[in-house]
Design a protein around this ligand. Structure first.
Ligand code: AHR
Length: 498
């Protein structure tokens, strides 16, 4: 394969990276919470029921924010069922299971304090009301005024929880979501809810469920734009719920070239409505793989029912393809840092998550390592970078053959030291690539280099082989008067310091 030139201009700062793009999400879904992060029965849990091994791994990737409790789960969830000493189980109509309500608002806040992260609460805009949402703000944020702050104090939290981030709804544009709304209904509903929530605490930052769709946003922004700080959008590129099968590595690489289109569409909508620079965008659920839940499939017509492989719960579902996709996702968020201010990986623990629990410990999935590399490896300011003469490989899409660019790059500067840190992805499934790195100020040495490649494009980690995919220190670069040449193995992600 030919050499590919990567140019970096350390002087041209385009934006500051917002660490909230490395945010998280956990939902009452499968064993993300019960039997996952929260498991009072496990000998590995602390005296409040949280798995200490999960907490430790999670803290290493410095979660800036965690969104909870859903997801679709929230669209029929009444938060008052999950507080205080007397809790009755409820039937979770989204995922068709019983929820004990043991894990509620106070437990979520306790988790956030242990992780040293900001809580982000998503409210019920399906079957819930504006009043129920604003009562939740009262419970969390008022010091002593009113019955809900007093109830929190009785429940053991004298100090307010001080939750800054609140979202109105989750995917309420989907006909299958409980309490789904039309665009016109949505605009009015968000406005009324936002008014009440901000009356309780004007300092909160409000999100509203959105989608890259003009009609939806015209109604939403016309009615509620002045109250909103964020639009919440979701991205799942390989929807398991549609076909109960996984796309292969090559198709996933093709998906990774489509992230930007969704960002650009949202940018244009905000621009057209006059909100660019006023409202930022949170990808507050994202993952290459979309959810799959066998209990929900069972609700479909028996004649159409196929016994599902529960792809959510299989380790071999989450491979190097997921790792590379995640790196490309971050590269896009960093490139569009002026617009994308938050992103929440869906989810952090179990099912499709970064950290997988089992009885005796945890497995860190390849995606976890990408978080680790980006969070702990990249600098604080994004600087200009561009690829000259990128190579491509072909991916078959039905009857068509589509070209996927081989390299993907983002460059940053560590403010304190002036070191350039770049993230480079080699998407090629088989080929090693030589990249010629040229910085405008003529840097000639590699100061640090971490890579993640796996021994196969479909490599993954599981209980029996938990360290098959892990980052390692890389060597093998050369400098001459043209720049620095480095060799990148196939299907690999790198953080390189210059
Ligand atoms: O994670 C499962 C579901 O995926 C979430 O509940 C929903 O928001 C998304 O479609």
């Amino acid at each position: 394969m030919k050499e590919i030139q990567v140019n970096i201009d350390p002087e041209r700062v385009t934006w500051r990276r917002d660490p909230r793009i490395y945010g998280h999400f956990i939902e009452h879904f499968h064993n993300q919470i019960y039997g996952g992060i929260y498991n009072p029965q496990s000998p590995l849990s602390d005296d409040e029921g949280f798995r200490t091994d999960v907490l430790e791994a999670w803290r290493r990737i410095q979660p800036p924010v965690v969104r909870w409790p859903g997801g679709c789960f929230v669209s029929a969830y009444h938060w008052t069922d999950g507080i205080g000493p007397e809790r009755q189980p409820h039937f979770d109509k989204a995922w068709r299971v019983e929820d004990t309500n043991e894990f509620g608002t106070d437990e979520f806040i306790a988790l956030c304090r242990k992780l040293d992260t900001e809580p982000y609460i998503c409210t019920n805009a399906g079957t819930g009301t504006a009043e129920e949402m604003s009562d939740w703000v009262e419970y969390c944020n008022l010091r002593t005024e009113g019955k809900w702050a007093k109830r929190r104090i009785v429940n053991g939290s004298v100090e307010p929880h001080n939750v800054t981030y609140w979202s109105i709804g989750n995917e309420n544009y989907l006909p299958g979501e409980m309490g789904a709304k039309t665009p016109a209904e949505w605009g009015r509903f968000v406005k009324e809810s936002a008014k009440m929530m901000k009356r309780v605490d004007p300092s909160i930052e409000l999100f509203a469920a959105s989608v890259a769709d003009l009609d939806w946003n015209i109604h939403l922004l016309r009615e509620a734009g002045p109250f909103l700080d964020w639009l919440s959008i979701h991205g799942y590129w390989d929807p398991l719920w549609q076909n109960n099968r996984l796309s292969d590595y090559e198709a996933c690489m093709l998906f990774s070239t489509r992230i930007e289109a969704q960002i650009e569409k949202t940018r244009h909508i905000l621009g057209a409505m006059g909100y660019l620079g006023k409202i930022r965008v949170a990808f507050d659920e994202w993952n290459l793989r979309g959810w799959h839940h066998p209990n929900v499939d069972k609700a479909i017509d028996p004649k159409d029912y196929i016994e599902p492989r529960d792809l959510n719960d299989l380790d071999d579902t989450y491979t190097m393809a997921d790792a590379l996709f995640s790196a490309c996702f971050f590269n896009q968020c960093l490139k569009h840092s002026d617009l994308i201010g938050m992103a929440n990986y869906a989810p952090s623990v179990n099912t499709r998550g970064l950290i997988r629990t089992h009885e005796d410990g945890i497995v860190l999935r390849p995606t976890y390592h990408v978080f680790d590399m980006y969070v702990n490896g990249l600098g604080d300011q994004v600087v200009d970078s561009w690829i000259q003469g990128n190579a491509v490989f072909k991916v078959e899409q039905g009857k068509e053959s589509v070209e996927v660019p081989v390299l993907d790059v983002i460059a940053t500067i560590v403010e304190a030291t002036g070191e350039v840190r770049i993230a480079l992805v080699n998407r090629h499934p088989e080929d090693t690539v030589t990249a010629l790195l040229k910085t405008r100020d003529g840097r000639r040495s590699v100061l640090s280099w971490q890579g993640l490649s796996g021994d196969d494009k479909n490599a993954y980690n599981d209980k029996n082989n938990p360290e098959r995919v892990k980052p390692s220190a890389m060597t093998g670069w050369e400098a001459d008067d043209q720049g620095i040449r480095i060799t990148l193995p196939p299907h690999s992600v790198h953080i390189i310091g210059l």
